[in-house]
Design a protein around this ligand. Structure first.
Ligand SMILES: [Fe+2]
Length: 449
C-alpha cells in the first residue's frame, strides 16, 4: 500500500461551484482580519514599531502585491495594475529595517490598491477553470494567497504586540482548563509513520510528499511548557548558568542581555508581562510565549530533557495507533472548530493547559495545534521527493539555512494557515513571534514494552 492512499482530499467532494465559494470565503475571512489589524491611526500604520518589523502599511500593500502577481497576472492572465511597485513590495529585495525608507503607498492608496486587486481576484475566481493546471487545481493559488495573507496578518499581530501605547486590539479571554490534572508526558511508540502529505489540497511545497519516517520510542510533554514551569527555571538562576545553554545560545544571551522571555519584567511580587498594551501578572497555567529556540533549548537541558525533533512532533500530533494512519489534525480529519484549538486571533493569548480536550491527539497529547508555535530541534530541510512549487523562493532557497522548525501554529494563526503537516521556520534567536515549546525525552529500554 502506498503511503498516499490513506490520505483524504476534503475539497474533492465539493462541486466546482462550492469549491469557488470555499475559496472566496477563505479570502474574505483573511481580508476582514487584515482590515481589522490595519484599522488604526495613519500614524500607527506608517510608523516602524520595531526594527524587527515592517510598517503595517508595507504588509498591507505587500499582501495586495503578491495577490496581484499570482491571481491577477498569473492565474487570470490580466494586465498588471501597478507594475511600478513590484520592487518595493518584493520581500527579497528589501530587509524589514529598510522598508520605512522606501517610497511606500500611503494608507489610503494602499487600502485602495488592495481593494482593486481583490475585486479582480474575485472576478477571476468566478470564471477561471479549476482544473487542467496545477496552479488552479483545487483552487490552490487562491488557497496559497489566502495563507500568505493570513501569515502576514499574524506578522502584523506581532507588530501590534511590539507597539507601544494603549491597547487597540480587544478579544474575549480564552477558555480555562476543561481537563482534570494532565499526566506530565505521553509515550509515543517507536516505528514508522507517514509524515508530510501528497493529498492535502492547499499544502505548500515543503509539506510534500507523504513519506515514511521511523522514529525511536520517546516521551513527549502532554502540553506546552507553562509560564509557571518556565518561571522556576528563571528563579533557579537558569539564565545565569552556562551549563544549560549551548555555546551559541550563551553567546546570544550574553550579547543581548537576555534575562527572561521577551515582554516579561520582574516585580516584587513575581513576573509581569506586557501583552498588546496590557500590563499584567504572568499567568502560571498558560503556555510560555515569546521565547527563542536558544531559551527553549536551555530550559529543556535544565529540566533534564530535550526538544522534540520535527518527525517526533508530527508523529505525536498525527499518528493514530489504532489504524496506523496519520490524521490531518490531532483530533481527526475535520477542519478546526473553536472547540478544537485556540486559533485565528479569537483570543489575544494562549489558553491554559487543558483548555482544549476536544483537540487531543489519539496518543493523548494536548494543544499541539494553536496557542503557541512550538520549537523543534530540527533544521529546515526538503523531504525526499521534494519539488519546488510554484516557485523556488517559497521554500527551496531557505533549505539548509540557519533556521529551526516550528510546528502547530499559535493563537494568532488562522485555521487556513495550519495543518498537522504545516512547517514554519525561523532563526533560532527569534522571539517576537508567538513561539513556545514542549519537551521530549528518549524512552529507556525498560519503558519500551
Ligand atoms: Fe510575504
Amino acid at each position: 500500500m502506498s503511503v498516499e492512499s490513506t490520505e483524504t482530499n476534503p475539497l474533492r467532494a465539493l462541486s466546482p461551484q462550492d469549491l469557488r465559494a470555499h475559496a472566496a470565503e477563505a479570502l474574505t475571512r483573511a481580508r476582514e482580519r487584515s482590515v481589522a489589524l490595519t484599522s488604526v491611526d495613519d500614524e500607527d500604520l506608517v510608523r516602524q514599531h520595531s526594527k524587527l518589523m515592517s510598517p503595517l502599511v508595507w504588509d498591507l500593500a505587500h499582501i495586495g502585491s503578491q495577490e496581484e502577481l499570482w491571481l491577477v497576472r498569473d492565474v487570470g492572465g490580466r494586465e498588471a495594475l501597478r507594475p511600478d511597485i513590484d520592487d518595493i513590495y518584493d520581500a527579497f529585495q528589501h530587509a524589514r529595517a529598510d522598508r520605512p525608507a522606501l517610497p511606500l503607498l500611503g494608507p489610503e492608496e494602499a487600502r485602495k490598491y488592495v481593494r482593486e486587486v481583490r475585486e479582480k481576484s474575485f472576478d477571476i475566481l468566478e470564471t477561471v477553470p479549476l482544473q487542467g493546471r496545477r496552479l488552479t487545481e483545487d483552487a490552490f493559488a487562491f488557497g496559497m494567497i489566502t495563507q500568505h495573507e493570513q501569515q502576514h496578518d499574524e506578522t502584523m499581530l506581532a507588530t501590534h504586540q511590539l507597539r507601544k501605547g494603549d491597547p487597540v486590539l480587544h478579544a474575549p479571554a480564552p477558555p480555562s482548563s476543561r481537563s482534570g490534572p494532565l499526566p506530565a508526558e505521553v509515550f509515543v511508540p517507536g516505528g514508522a509513520f507517514t509524515m508530510g502529505t501528497s493529498a492535502e489540497p492547499w499544502a505548500l511545497d515543503n509539506e510534500r510528499p507523504a513519506h515514511e519516517v521511523a522514529v525511536e520510542a520517546f516521551f513527549i510533554d502532554t502540553a506546552p511548557v507553562t509560564c509557571g514551569a518556565y518561571a522556576e527555571f528563571l528563579d533557579s538562576g537558569g539564565y545565569e548558568d552556562p551549563r544549560w545553554w549551548s555555546e551559541r545560545g550563551w553567546a546570544y544571551r550574553s550579547e543581548h542581555g537576555i534575562d527572561a522571555p521577551r515582554f516579561w519584567k520582574r516585580e516584587q511580587d513575581g513576573w509581569w508581562r506586557t501583552r498588546f498594551g496590557v500590563y499584567e501578572k504572568v499567568p502560571a497555567a498558560e503556555p510560555v510565549v515569546h521565547v527563542s529556540f536558544h531559551e527553549a533549548e536551555a530550559y529543556a537541558a535544565w529540566a533534564g530533557r530535550r526538544l522534540p525533533t520535527e518527525p517526533e512532533w508530527e508523529k505525536a500530533a498525527r499518528f493514530d495507533p489504532a489504524t496506523g494512519r496519520s490524521r490531518r489534525f490531532p483530533w481527526g480529519d475535520e477542519e478546526p472548530t473553536p472547540d478544537h484549538a485556540n486559533l485565528g486571533q479569537r483570543h489575544l493569548r494562549p489558553a491554559e493547559v487543558g483548555a482544549y480536550p476536544a483537540g487531543v491527539s489519539p496518543l493523548g497529547v494536548h494543544q499541539l495545534i494553536g496557542d503557541v508555535w512550538e520549537w523543534t530541534s530540527s533544521g529546515f530541510e526538503a523531504y525526499p521527493g521534494f519539488a519546488a512549487f510554484p516557485y523556488k523562493e517559497y521554500s527551496e532557497v531557505f533549505f539548509g539555512g540557519d533556521y529551526r522548525i516550528l510546528r502547530g501554529g499559535s493563537f494568532g494563526t488562522d485555521a487556513a494557515a495550519i495543518r498537522g503537516t504545516f512547517r514554519n521556520w525561523d532563526h533560532p534567536i527569534r522571539r517576537q513571534i508567538f513561539s513556545g515549546f514542549r519537551c521530549a525525552r528518549d524512552a529507556r529500554p525498560s519503558e519500551v514494552a
